[in-house]
Design a protein around this ligand. Structure first.
Ligand SMILES: [Ca+2]
Ligand SMILES: [Ca+2]
Ligand SMILES: [Ca+2]
Ligand SMILES: [Ca+2]
Length: 392
C-alpha cells in the first residue's frame, strides 16, 4: 500500500475553533482556557490513517483493532506512529509522548519523545509540542503551518518550506502541484518495450517508430508501402505488405509484373500493308487478315517516359504511318487519324524495342530483330526504333 496522507488536514487553529464550539455543550469543563494542555488543540498531529483501511473511519477516534493496527503501522508516513487511528509524531505529541497513550501531565511539553518543562536546543514550542520548524510537517517554518498533500503527492517540510514529493509510481509532468502522470521509472535510457522508461511522458521515444503505429516501409521488391511498426522500426520483407498496383512504372505489388492492367493490346494485321490497331473488329475488317492479336501493348495513359503513338493515313500510297509526331512527320499527304496509345521513349517496366522499317507502300513495325533484319535484307529501309512497347 502506498503511503499517503488524508486530503483534509485542518490547520490547528481551525481545529481548535471547532473543538471550542463543541466544548460549549460539555458540562465537564475543560474549555479552551489558553493552557498549552487544554486537551484538544495541537496535541494531535491530525494525520488520519488513510481511509482505505477497512473500518478505519468509524474507529478514527478510538483504538484500532489488532488487525488494523498491524496494517496501519505501515500506513503512516516516516517518523509517525499510528495511535488510535491517527498518525502521530510521538517525539513531540504531548498526548502520545514517546509512545501511544503516554500523555504528559498538564504543564509539561513533549520534547524529543519525553515530557519536559521546556524545549531543548533549537526546537520550538508549538502548543505543547517541541518541534523542529525546519522539518516538521505540521509546523513548517512556523507553528501551525502544515504542509498539504496534492494529487498523488505527499507534502513534507524541508528547510522550513513545504515541498511536494510524488508518491511511488507517479510523476509530475505539468509543473502544477501534484503528480498526475502514472509511471514507474526504469532508468534514463529509453528501451523499446512499450513503456516510458524515463518517465518523461513519451513512450519509446528516440526509436524510429512506436510499435503498432503505421509507418512507411520498403517492400520485398523495393517499392514503398506502409505497415505496422515492429520492434520500434519499420517492418521489413514480408512484414511490409505490398500496395496495390498502380500505373507508375514500377511493380508495386511485387508480383513480378510491372504496371499490369495499365496497358492495352495492339493487334497486327496485313493486306497490302501492315496495319496496327487496338480494335479487334477493325483489325479484321476491310480485307485485313489478323496476324497476331495483342502483338504488343501500349499504355492507356501517359505514364513515366511515354508519349502518344499516332496513326496517320497517307493518301498518296494508301498506307498507314505510326509515329510519335503529332504532325505525321510533316508528310504532305498525311491525315492524322488519332492515337493508338502511349509508347515508351525509353525502356522501362520490361519494355522491348519496336523496330520500324519501310518498304514500297508499307510502314512495317516489328518487335523481332530477326524480322527486321530479313526485311532490310530484302531491300526495305531501316528506320530505327519507333519506341518501346510491352508484351502484356
Ligand atoms: Ca520516455
Ligand atoms: Ca520504452
Ligand atoms: Ca505488379
Ligand atoms: Ca505499378
Amino acid at each position: 500500500m502506498a503511503r499517503r496522507f488524508p486530503g483534509a488536514v485542518l490547520p490547528a487553529a481551525l481545529r481548535g475553533a471547532l473543538l471550542a464550539v463543541a466544548a460549549t455543550g460539555c458540562a465537564t469543563g475543560g474549555t479552551d482556557d489558553g493552557s498549552p494542555v487544554d486537551g484538544g488543540d495541537d496535541r494531535y498531529d491530525g494525520l488520519e490513517v488513510p481511509a482505505d483501511v477497512p473500518g478505519e473511519e468509524a474507529a478514527a477516534d478510538g483504538p484500532a483493532d489488532v488487525a488494523d493496527a498491524a496494517d496501519e503501522a505501515s500506513a503512516c508516513p516516516p517518523g509517525y506512529v499510528e495511535c488510535g487511528g491517527v498518525c502521530v509524531d510521538v517525539t513531540s505529541n504531548a498526548d502520545h509522548c514517546g509512545g501511544c497513550g503516554l500523555a504528559c501531565p498538564d504543564g509539561l511539553v513533549c520534547n524529543e519523545g519525553g515530557c519536559a518543562s521546556s524545549c531543548s536546543g533549537t526546537l520550538t514550542l508549538c502548543g505543547t509540542s517541541c518541534v523542529d520548524l525546519s522539518t516538521h510537517r505540521m509546523h513548517c517554518g512556523a507553528c501551525d503551518h502544515p504542509c498539504s498533500d496534492a494529487l498523488q503527492a505527499d507534502g513534507s517540510c524541508r528547510s522550513g518550506s513545504c515541498v511536494l514529493e510524488c508518491r511511488a509510481g507517479w510523476v509530475d509532468l505539468d509543473g502544477a502541484p501534484g503528480c498526475e502522470y502514472a509511471c514507474f521509472y526504469v532508468g534514463p535510457t529509453e528501451l523499446c518495450n512499450d513503456l516510458d522508461d524515463d518517465c518523461d511522458g513519451e513512450t519509446d521515444e528516440g526509436f524510429a517508430c512506436r510499435n503498432g503505429t503505421t509507418v512507411a516501409c520498403t517492400t520485398s521488391c523495393g517499392t514503398t508501402s506502409s505497415g505496422p511498426c515492429t520492434f520500434c522500426g519499420p517492418p521489413t520483407g514480408a512484414a511490409c505488405p505490398p500496395p496495390a498496383e498502380t500505373c507508375n512504372g514500377s511493380d508495386d505489388d511485387c508480383d513480378g509484373s510491372c504496371d499490369e492492367g495499365c496497358r492495352h493490346g495492339i493487334h497486327r494485321s496485313v493486306s497490302h500493308e501492315h496495319f496496327y490497331t487496338a480494335n479487334r473488329d477493325e483489325a479484321s475488317c476491310c480485307g485485313f487478315t489478323v496476324e497476331t492479336y495483342d502483338y504488343f501493348f501500349l499504355y492507356d495513359a501517359r505514364v513515366g517516359d511515354t508519349t502518344e503513338f499516332y496513326r496517320c493515313y497517307l493518301s498518296g500510297t494508301g498506307d498507314h504511318l505510326y509515329t510519335t509526331s503529332s504532325t505525321c512527320e510533316g508528310a504532305a499527304d498525311a491525315l492524322l487519324e488519332g492515337s493508338i496509345g502511349f509508347i515508351g521513349r525509353s525502356a522501362f517496366c520490361g519494355a522491348i524495342p519496336l523496330y520500324r522499317v519501310c518498304g514500297p507502300g508499307d510502314h512495317f513495325y516489328t518487335t523481332s530483330a530477326a524480322e527486321r533484319d530479313a526485311a532490310v535484307a530484302g531491300g526495305w529501309a531501316d528506320e530505327g526504333l519507333a519506341g518501346y512497347v510491352w508484351t502484356e
